[in-house]
Design a protein around this ligand. Structure first.
Ligand code: GAP
Length: 572
């Protein structure tokens, strides 16, 4: 869920539009398309809402992110640190099906509860999420954002902006007519404005700030003319909320009846819970341990938006970490802190990341703690959007699957229970508790792209991408300064050497054509951290130049030290 910093005056739409340093989303999306990071799915057919494809650089980058997660969560969990039990953290992977037995979703609660309350506009047919009405208005309503421009800024020392009736009237008769013909202010400007004037200009109950006043324009004053919450698209009347199911349905088998109905998974987590017993029985894992699962999930989101942020098909990387109930809180803290550190380690700046603990009333009934790692995306700034959730799920899921499947999912812990005379333990049978760090890989890629996007008009490529070397799709480039005098051959030999050693991690590019400035600019835009150039001096002293993407500075190193240099930078 996005967190609108709604109490923060800076989060009001007019202020948000001019947040200093906010990166332009249009320019980021255009670079993504131009350089082959992200394309609209089915673009030649006009695209399909909520679905995105990755181009060559995007696919490589997403693979790097997945690999980094896999490496730091499964192969060498938490970078080899010890957990709160004083032992090394242990995790194993699974890869489970997108389509599961329908009872999985009955047990998990998705079948009954995974739905959003939606309201339909009687005038234009647009749907709005009932519980996000205000956010939707602020974030995406054209008429609303145009209307609030008409308020005078608040006089110094007050929080209440002025209301200039003639400006509002002009708006109602001009822009308002075009943007929101069904709004009360447009249909009946005189009545609405006289009501508003009593509300705003020094009368009792004067609203305290811009946001409050705008809320009145959008809601209460319209109540007087019959529209309580006008449609964010056209200002028309919204119907009562109705539940809208988020799981995609299909059939498994020839007959397309309810008996054969199946669902595309809305999360990878349930695949882990239903295989918990098999993993315990077929491997040597002992509690505490984690099971990781990465793969596609599907949600028929009602309002897919903000580029890939809310998509209908997306990839998750989820870990379910099973532990004894008494240790669960310590593990919750452990994963919460590690996940924040991890996102920072791959290039997200601390300034743009927060860990937001859910309030008590936000928690599921079974959870004793949940927090979100949130990133300040350009479209949420100055607020934040969820990148990953870390939840203490208690034993809710195992309990549910045990109940619905009839399978015994309890764990027998030989290292617990009463101490016996022979020095061993009696053992304890219990349903483990579970801590779930659940990350979205597409949101991860988007956050890394937004973070990396940098503008410097003084550079040959005014837009460039400051990717962390671990995430960068192109790891290095090797260029001959000119395409003659033995330089191409030397460059080709170095390229082959680097490709052999680092090619598994990403692209090693080479390109003998164009001016060297243009070649650097192209690499900068793709986020390649290092360019190695063979020049005239190389032919005499066997040194090359290394150009650093972020500073543009160059140094000379010996050609036979290039692989070692790059290995260090890539964290080998
Ligand atoms: N098993 C818990 C779970 O699925 P979630 O918060 O619904 O929790 C986890 O999802 C992560 O998956 C989110 O933090 C987000 O990064 C990603 N995610 C969820 N819905 C998404 C969507 N519609 N588009 C892109 N990513 C999404």
């Amino acid at each position: 869920m996005t967190t609108p910093a709604s109490n923060d005056p800076a989060s009001q739409p007019d202020a948000a539009a001019s947040v200093p340093g906010r990166k332009p989303m249009d320019a980021i999306m255009s670079l993504c398309k131009r350089r082959g990071f992200i394309y609209q799915a089915s673009e030649i057919y006009g695209g399909i809402n909520g679905f995105w494809d990755y181009g060559p650089l995007g696919a490589l980058m997403k693979r790097n992110l997945r690999e980094a997660w896999w490496q730091d969560m499964i192969m060498n969990p938490a970078w080899g640190r010890k957990g709160p039990n004083g032992e090394a953290v242990r995790c194993v992977p699974v890869e489970t099906c997108i389509i599961q037995h329908p009872k999985v979703w009955e047990a998990s609660g998705h079948l009954a509860g995974f739905a959003d309350p939606m309201r339909k506009c009687a005038k234009c047919g647009h749907f709005v999420r009932a519980d996000q009405y205000w956010d939707t208005l602020v974030e995406s309503s054209e008429w609303f954002n145009s209307l609030i421009q008409e308020f005078e800024p608040a006089p110094m020392g007050t929080q209440t902006p002025g209301l200039d009736s003639s400006r509002m009237m002009k708006w109602a008769r001009g822009k308002g007519k075009k943007l929101a013909p069904n709004l009360a202010l447009v249909r009946n400007p005189e009545v609405t404005l006289s009501w508003l004037a009593t509300r705003v200009n020094g009368q009792p109950n004067v609203p305290p700030d811009v946001q409050e006043i705008v809320r009145h324009v959008a809601t209460e004053q319209l109540n007087a003319t019959g529209l309580q919450e006008p449609c964010p698209r056209c200002g028309g009347e919204l119907g009562a909320p109705a539940q809208f199911k988020l799981m995609f349905e299909t059939w498994a088998g020839l007959t397309q009846t309810d008996d054969n109905k199946v669902y595309l998974r809305p999360e990878t987590a349930q695949g882990i819970f239903v295989q918990f017993k098999n993993v315990v029985d077929t491997t040597r894992v002992k509690i505490p341990f984690g099971i990781g699962n990465t793969g596609k999930s599907f949600r028929n989101e009602i309002t897919p938006r903000n580029f890939t942020f809310r998509s209908r098909e997306f990839e998750q990387a989820e870990l379910e970490f099973f532990c004894h109930p008494d240790e669960s809180h310590a593990w919750y803290q452990f994963w919460r802190d590690f996940r924040m550190e991890w996102w920072r380690s791959i290039g997200l700046s601390s300034d743009n990341l927060i860990l937001r603990e859910h309030d008590k009333d936000e928690l599921s009934h079974y959870s004793t703690g949940t927090c979100d790692v949130e990133y300040r995306f350009p479209f949420t700034a100055p607020g934040y959007g969820e990148l990953e959730g870390v939840a203490h799920r208690g034993n809710f899921d195992l309990t549910q699957h045990q109940k619905h499947s009839g399978a015994k999912l309890e764990y027998f812990d030989q290292e617990r229970g009463e101490l016996l005379p022979n020095g061993s333990r009696k053992g304890e049978r219990y349903l483990p508790h579970c801590i779930e760090p659940a990350a979205g890989l597409d949101r991860g890629v988007l956050a890394l792209i937004c973070e990396a996007y940098t503008v410097d008009p003084a550079r040959p490529s005014p837009e460039f991408m400051k990717f962390h070397p671990r995430i960068a799709p192109i790891k290095a480039a090797v260029f001959p300064l000119v395409n003659k005098d033995g330089m191409p051959e030397k460059a080709e030999a170095l390229h082959a050497e680097l490709n052999k050693r680092f090619g598994r991690q990403g692209l090693i590019e080479t390109d003998p054509k164009q001016t060297i400035g243009k070649r650097y600019a192209r690499m900068d835009e793709a986020g390649c951290p290092y360019c190695f150039t063979i020049d005239g001096q190389t032919m005499t002293d066997q040194t090359i130049t290394v150009r650093d993407r972020d500073t543009g500075s160059q140094e000379r190193i010996a050609i036979d030290k290039v692989a070692e240099f790059l290995g260090e930078k890539l964290g080998e």
